[in-house]
Design a protein around this ligand. Structure first.
Ligand SMILES: *[C@@H]1O[C@H](CO)[C@@H](O)[C@H](O)[C@H]1NC(C)=O
Ligand SMILES: *[C@@H]1O[C@H](CO)[C@@H](O)[C@H](O)[C@H]1NC(C)=O
Ligand SMILES: *[C@@H]1O[C@H](CO)[C@@H](O)[C@H](O)[C@H]1NC(C)=O
Ligand SMILES: *[C@@H]1O[C@H](CO)[C@@H](O)[C@H](O)[C@H]1NC(C)=O
Ligand SMILES: *[C@@H]1O[C@H](CO)[C@@H](O)[C@H](O)[C@H]1NC(C)=O
Ligand SMILES: *[C@@H]1O[C@H](CO)[C@@H](O)[C@H](O)[C@H]1NC(C)=O
Length: 833
């Protein structure tokens, strides 16, 4: 059934959708072409008995009275099919009727059914669809507060027209090496979560390359412009350019590397075609890339009369990789290029259309001028250009640029109102409303449409983190202040597979009544865990554990902007205390968190023992690994580090050795645990990258070299991107970004962090033996050697380098670590709180 949707275009489907509405009134209910993609989703995700259980109907707005005057977008109703008057398809009559005014409404209706009738949920880390009842359960009746029971169905609608997902940098941190089957899963997740707007960023370098070629840019000039897969988001935003990771491996030439980048661009474009077709099938609105002005250096010579400048330096990168060249938006050349670019993209996109264009001129960059007149002239020029290129277009931007110090309210107002004054429209994603709400400092973006978002995660970092108290009322406060322009709510996390409840809650906000917000967080946490583990496994102990966690790790104070990192992933030093951005100080009561882990680990182990070989739900296993990781790295490791430094302070060589041994033991223990789980395994990530060498390219591609030597080099290039992003994050170990993308991954800990700590410990030992202070310079030189060598390595070449998993049973390791560390962790926590 999934077949019907691939390759079809929304433009041709909309007539069918209208027809579906007409059919409804006659009472017939065969799946229409418009709803076909939802049947495809059901067939992919749910057991067979459910494939014919649903009758999805697109209905007119008047057919379902909304549940409140505000919840008028994407309204759905979920009810039991009254009797068998419904047309059969696939041999069985559907039992659940899901009606909705849009496809997005139907998707959320399906999620509602799965949650309410069957207590299951699709999350990144797992689902319990294999535990669904053999026969689809009935939709429960709705009990009102008045005691009345409603049997005519559950009606919900959104109070914002847009629910959007993801952050442009997630395409580097998380999605970079995904193939179509992984994308397909994510798109299904989006449908169930009501996402109806997605920045469609994959493969845009293909359009750029064709475009620059048409301008006369030579192939040789592309190498210093295009970057590798992991870094594309920042190259797109004009922060940095070119690539360096492959050179760090010492293999091949710049020409080889350009060939790899070209091949990559071609394969991403083929992937993007599939993504766009599926977006069309699901009626998810794409936000398309626009020409943002950033060009290869050589473009300056092609247009000597135009105003073409170099942008500012970003994150301390060397000039060759930053100060990206751009066409000044007020120059007529910008308009010309912009319009031609969009025309070309339209042509290449082969029928896919959207009114939404992403255009970030100044993300972490300084504009060439800062007067209000000048800023207004820039935004007006861009706005007019977009309208000319595509009448009705909406300029989407990330409000993050306003966090750069040069912006003040007067400048921001001039820039943003310039768009409307030029007859254009804009939509600003307030990228981090949970931690750095820009909307409240800049008057809700001065009349622009905007979206309230939860980022919760920077740099795809790990760790239990959330800001429940801070977020639970804020979308309503924002909406009360800007009811006409707050038009979207989104999840803009930079990395997935963490703290799923936070995102689930965020995506639930739109479906609540903003006039009577009644989100009961403790109750929602309970229900979430019941769906996640299964009601019978959500024992009082388990629920107590999550209650405690939600009051600690998920309740970071307002002033805490980011989660924290473990000492283990930072460069070793005598003093590791860092209260800054992604620092090392934890905000929560460790006694409580250790106690919660104790309850959860004990329950999980008992559950597994009682299950007679039957596996626990995947998300349960994930949580056991994740909480064990947190205890060992956030509580135990720093404490052992303190013992080590204490021994050094006392020049006690024996004690340095023994604390050092213990530190490395904790590191290796946690490494073994993490390497047992695919979502915590470095080998799994390297494999994903190396496998992406096999992504198909379009038949028209010129880069179809399949020789073994090309393939080897290409895979090394892909792997070097993975290695560099999580370590140096740049051509060298710079002061700003080194370890910014660090990861608590099995394999990365043992191969990269452990050797750093070993060097550190031996330097402390030497210092104590020689009765002199620790030599940080000598240490840095040794570490640089280790890190440089590591950049060039190939995973799998060394003993113990496993791929997706090291083959251990994660719960066995959780059990042994729990036995080994529970008492110690409790003791450490008691001394700290
Ligand atoms: C279906 O239900 C309606 C209303 O309850 C009833 O009038 C009708 O006879 C039923 N049809 C069948 C085939 O049972
Ligand atoms: C498709 O999405 C657009 C934009 O959200 C909406 O206006 C339209 O009603 C949707 N149509 C269907 C059938 O979902
Ligand atoms: C931008 O910087 C590069 C590298 O330093 C330099 O060669 C080039 O001339 C500069 N271009 C402009 C337009 O300033
Ligand atoms: C790079 O940007 C910085 C400002 O961040 C500027 O001072 C410098 O002149 C620029 N260099 C070039 C070559 O464009
Ligand atoms: C080690 O000594 C330094 C400098 O005197 C001091 O700041 C630090 O707190 C001491 N650390 C430990 C763990 O004793
Ligand atoms: C931390 O939690 C424990 C146990 O719940 C409690 O006894 C202690 O007072 C708390 N510490 C702080 C600083 O709140």
């Amino acid at each position: 059934m999934a077949k019907g949707s691939s390759g079809s275009r929304w433009s041709s489907l909309s007539l069918v959708a209208l027809a579906a509405v007409a059919i409804l009134h006659t009472g017939a209910a065969a799946p229409t072409a418009a709803t076909q993609p939802l049947y495809g989703l059901v067939a992919r995700l749910l057991p067979k008995a459910y494939h014919t259980a649903f009758d999805f109907q697109i209905v007119s707005e008047s057919a379902i009275p909304p549940s409140s005057p505000k919840n008028i977008y994407d309204v759905y109703r979920v009810s039991n099919v009254a009797n068998s008057t419904v047309t059969e398809h696939g041999g069985r009559a559907p039992t659940v009727l899901i009606e909705g005014t849009t496809l997005s409404a139907l998707g959320v209706g399906l999620k509602f059914y799965l949650e309410q009738a069957a207590q299951v949920e699709l999350t990144w880390t797992g689902n319990r669809f294999d535990e669904l009842p053999a026969q689809p359960p009935r939709v429960p009746d709705l009990e009102l507060d008045s005691g009345n029971v409603v049997t005519t169905g559950h009606v919900h609608g959104s109070f914002v027209p847009w629910r959007y997902y993801t952050n442009v940098v997630t395409f580097g941190y998380q999605f970079a090496f995904w193939d179509w089957s992984r994308w397909e899963k994510e798109l299904d997740w989006m449908v169930l979560n009501g996402i109806n707007q997605l920045p469609a960023m994959v493969g845009q370098e293909y359009v750029q390359r064709e475009f620059f070629r048409s301008l006369g840019v030579k192939e040789a000039d592309f190498d210093s412009f295009f970057t590798g897969p992991s870094y594309q988001p920042w190259q797109r935003m004009g922060n940095m350019q070119g690539s360096w990771t492959y050179q760090l491996t010492g293999a091949g030439t710049a020409a080889d590397e350009l060939a790899y980048k070209n091949r990559w661009i071609d394969s991403q474009w083929a992937l993007q075609q599939k993504i766009l077709a599926r977006l069309d099938g699901f009626n998810i609105t794409s936000v398309l890339p626009a020409f943002q002005g950033f060009v290869p250096r050589a473009v300056k010579d092609l247009f000597p009369d135009a105003i073409i400048r170099n942008s500012s330096t970003w994150s301390g990168f060397p000039i060759e990789h930053t100060n990206v060249t751009y066409v000044e938006p007020t120059d007529p050349l910008f308009a010309k290029l912009s319009i031609d670019y969009i025309k070309l993209q339209d042509k290449l996109n082969n029928g896919h259309r959207s009114n939404f264009y992403l255009l970030d001129l100044y993300n972490e960059l300084v504009p060439s001028c800062l007067t209000e007149e000048c800023l207004k002239a820039i935004s007006s020029a861009v706005s007019k250009t977009l309208q000319t290129a595509h009448p009705g277009s909406i300029w989407v931007m990330q409000g993050w640029f306003l966090t750069t110090a040069v912006w003040n309210p007067a400048r921001a107002k001039a820039y943003l109102t310039g768009i409307q004054e030029a007859g254009g429209k804009s939509f600003v994603y307030d990228l981090a409303s949970d931690s750095i709400p820009v909307w409240s400092s800049f008057e809700g973006f001065y009349g622009s449409d905007w979206g309230w978002s939860v980022i919760s995660n920077f740099g795809a970092s790990q760790g239990l983190f959330g800001k429940l108290t801070a977020i639970k009322d804020r979308p309503y406060t924002a909406y009360a202040q800007y009811p006409n322009t707050l038009r979207g709510i989104g999840v803009t996390t930079e990395g997935i597979n963490n703290n799923e409840f936070i995102y689930e809650l965020t995506l639930a906000f739109p479906w609540t009544n903003p006039d009577q917000p009644a989100i009961n967080v403790p109750k929602r946490v309970e229900q979430f865990i019941q769906r996640r583990y299964g009601p019978s496994r959500a024992t009082p102990k388990v629920l107590e554990a999550w209650k405690l966690l939600s009051q600690t790790v998920w309740d970071a104070p307002a002033k805490t902007e980011t989660g924290s990192k473990s000492y283990i992933e930072k460069p070793p030093a005598l003093d590791m205390v860092n209260t800054g951005w992604l620092g090392t100080v934890f905000w929560y009561n460790k006694t409580t968190v250790v106690h919660a882990w104790d309850l959860l680990a004990e329950s999980g182990i008992a559950e597994r023992n009682a299950a007679h070989g039957r596996a626990l739900p995947k998300a349960y296993i994930f949580d056991l690994v994740d909480t064990t990781r947190e205890i060992l790295l956030a509580t135990v490791f720093p404490s052992v580090h303190a013992s080590l430094i204490d021994a050094y302070n006392r020049s006690d060589v024996t004690q340095i050795r023994s604390a050092g041994r213990q530190l490395l033991e904790v590191a290796r223990d946690v490494d073994r645990l993490l390497a047992s789980h695919p979502l915590f395994s470095f080998g799994a990530r390297v494999k994903e990258a190396r496998d992406s060498a096999n992504l198909p390219v379009l038949s028209t591609s010129t880069s179809s070299n399949n020789s073994p030597s090309f393939r080897n080099g290409f895979q090394q290039f892909l792997e070097s991107n993975v290695r560099n992003l999580v370590t140096w994050w740049g051509p060298e170990s710079g002061p700003i970004l080194a370890d910014y993308g660090s990861k608590q991954w099995g394999g990365l800990i043992s191969s990269y962090y452990v050797p750093r700590w070993q060097l550190f410990i031996s330097q402390l030992e030497l210092a104590a033996q020689e009765k002199r202070p620790y030599d940080a310079t000598a240490f840095a030189a040794l570490v640089a050697k280790h890190e440089t060598a590591w950049q060039a390595q190939r995973w799998g070449d060394r003993n113990g380098e496993s791929w997706v998993s090291n083959g251990y049973d994660s719960i066995d390791i959780v059990r042994s670590l729990w036995v080994k560390y529970a008492a110690l962790a409790t003791k450490i926590a008691a001394t700290e709180d």
